[in-house]
Design a protein around this ligand. Structure first.
Ligand code: AMP
Ligand code: MN
Ligand code: MN
Ligand code: MN
Length: 284
């Protein structure tokens, strides 16, 4: 049996809202010592064959990946899928359906921004889009930085793109049930992404973990670029309590924007089952 420690199972390419190609990411991951990699573009698996081939060329193991946007009790939650068949027709059509409302949402976001004097945001964001079906808030953030409205993307989110702010448009994504069943139906494992990011009350968080588990979800991100060291410990405990496998991933998007580099986070805490142990037969 091979022992893997440096697994990075969460990052984004130009196929969603990252700025590097799948090939450039594979090279960067390998240079940072990643042994097992997954590309997890938002609501899209169009980069999977390229990513798997690039991993192979770099001598790195690979798991297929995606990050599905879900609406759960009125909040957006992200579910990572790992180790699925990237040609599964139900998964492909579910993701296509999830991407469907993005363009209309983007136009509404642009109207909201125009009302506070920021003109042409839709066209501006489009210049940063690599995949026409995947215009995201990140692309708007890049445009607002480029045009000098804000100094960095974080500031754009805080001032313009989060709930109650002029560029925020509430959106209905996939259901938790559908996202988990698309992934597991394609032979993969569903993993709750960066749980600390949702700012749920303890009851809401309990509801998410309980329902996720009941639907057949099997993993949770413990060590992620979105968690503090204290949160690694909290979610390591949650993984043990709920009998979930633990995942590790940087959520890297861009050399200019991401504060967490591929493959550089601490390893998983001890006494956890890793998602890659459970997915051993799906590793390419
Ligand atoms: P969307 O799927 O269009 O709602 O965009 C969500 C994406 O926005 C996330 O995947 C992150 O890449 C990015 N994002 C969300 N919040 C922030 C933030 N506070 N700072 C920078 N990027 C963010
Ligand atoms: Mn993103
Ligand atoms: Mn996410
Ligand atoms: Mn992500």
């Amino acid at each position: 049996m091979i022992t893997i420690q440096n697994a990075d199972l969460h990052c984004h390419s130009t196929v969603s809202d990252g700025t590097l190609s799948p090939e450039a990411l594979a090279q960067r991951a390998r240079a940072n010592g990643v042994e097992l990699w997954a590309l997890t573009d938002h609501d899209e698996i169009g980069g999977q064959h390229r990513a798997a081939a690039a991993a192979k060329a770099q001598g790195m193991r690979y798991l297929t990946g995606t990050e599905i946007s879900v609406t759960f009790i009125g909040h957006t939650v992200h579910i990572v899928g790992l180790g699925f068949d990237a040609d599964d027709p139900t998964l492909l059509s579910g993701l296509r359906q999830t991407r469907g409302g993005r363009e209309e949402r983007a136009m509404e976001m642009s109207e909201g921004l125009a009302k506070v004097g920021i003109k042409g945001a839709y066209e501006g964001a489009l210049k940063f889009v690599g995949n026409p079906e995947l215009i995201s808030r990140t692309h708007f953030a890049r445009f607002l930085v480029e045009s000098g409205v804000c100094r960095e993307t974080n500031e754009v989110f805080r001032k313009y793109l989060t709930e109650g702010k002029p560029g925020f448009v509430p959106h209905r994504w996939a259901s938790l049930k559908d996202a988990v069943s698309w992934i597991t139906g394609a032979g993969g494992m569903a993993v709750i992404a960066h749980p600390a990011r949702y700012k749920f009350t303890p009851n809401e968080e309990f509801a998410l973990f309980t329902e996720f588990k009941a639907l057949g979800g099997q993993g949770v991100e413990v060590v992620t670029g979105s968690h503090t060291a204290a949160e690694y410990a909290i979610y390591a405990e949650a993984a043990r309590e709920f009998g979930l496998a633990a995942s590790r991933g940087s959520d890297f998007h861009s050399p200019d924007e991401s504060h967490t580099e591929l493959g550089t986070l601490p390893f998983l805490p001890a006494n956890l089952t890793s998602v890659w142990e459970r997915l051993a037969s799906r590793i390419q």
